[in-house]
Design a protein around this ligand. Structure first.
Ligand code: FAD
Length: 240
């Protein structure tokens, strides 16, 4: 007989998560810490669907990547960029508070996943850094930072997510519009010379950001010698 309290949730089942912390990541992004009914089985790079339902029954769901490393606990962190006219993101960032309940479904995704045991090049733009952060955190937590090289592109220092955590020997930050005082690189879009050098010929690249960013970054990785099959892409933004 199965004890229902211990039974795993069916894959794909909606679960009720409790918001246990909300903290600003930048002026227009917040990190939500959620407690799930069961320990999360997510892999670095996967996402959850978040569903909001209005009193009249109208509902909307959106995907949000897990920012926290897999750690076997029942807590996960999502970071949500607030879009001005965004139906779901503006509610999540403006209205949610600790104690609130949220419907989530996941973890989802089997392709854009890093299991922590092979060389990886992580290239993220804006909120695209979120799933890559789960990968970086996993690498650091397991003492395998040697496997990972990360390049993050942000508009300006105040738009960089996880600003206190990202710096390290395995990471580099590229600012496109504004740079911190004495920053060695002038502001500008990601270029070939910003990629890790030399690139591990056996590495898999994980690229995440808007469609435009993802295409540009993938083109640079190919210019640097990576084969198309080595490059995995996750696009966050609208396709147009
Ligand atoms: C696999 C996956 C993982 C994702 N992970 C994250 C994450 O970790 N953090 C995060 O903040 N977002 C993430 N997203 C994007 C997220 O799912 C939503 O698309 C985003 O929050 C906008 O939803 P909304 O309801 O607020 O906006 P909507 O009401 O759907 O759209 C409002 C307006 O914004 C435009 N728009 C929609 N999405 C974007 C976007 N991403 N960037 C710019 N303009 C947009 C629309 O075209 C529309 O004009 C992810 C998307 C995917 C597919």
């Amino acid at each position: 007989m199965t004890d229902s309290a211990e039974a795993p949730l069916a894959p794909g089942a909606w679960q009720s998560a409790t918001v246990i912390d909300v903290r600003p990541e930048t002026a227009n992004a917040k990190t939500l810490r959620l407690r799930l009914p069961r320990p999360s089985q997510h892999l670095a790079g996967q996402h959850y669907l978040v569903r909001l339902t209005a009193p009249d029954g109208y509902s909307a769901s959106r995907s949000y990547s897990v920012a926290s490393a897999p750690d076997g606990t029942d807590a996960i962190e999502l970071t949500v960029e607030r879009l001005e006219d965004g139906e779901v993101s503006s509610f999540l960032d403006d209205e949610l508070a600790p104690g609130d309940e949220l419907e989530v479904r996941g973890p989802i995704g089997g392709w854009f996943v890093w299991r922590g045991d092979a060389p990886a090049v992580l290239v993220g733009g804006g909120s695209g850094v979120v799933p890559l952060m789960a990968m970086l955190r996993l690498a650091r937590r397991t003492g395998r930072s040697d496997l990972v090289r990360m390049v993050v592109s942000a508009r300006s220092p105040d738009q960089l997510y996880y600003a206190h955590e990202i710096p390290g020997p395995e990471t580099a930050v590229v600012y496109t519009r504004e740079i911190p005082p004495s920053w060695p690189r002038p502001p500008g879009r990601l270029e070939l010379k910003d990629l890790p050098h030399p690139l591990d010929p056996h590495a898999t690249a994980y690229v995440c950001g808007s469609s435009g960013f993802a295409e540009a970054a993938a083109a640079l990785l190919q210019e640097a010698g990576m084969a198309v099959e080595q490059i995995r892409i996750e696009r966050f933004g609208p396709t147009r």
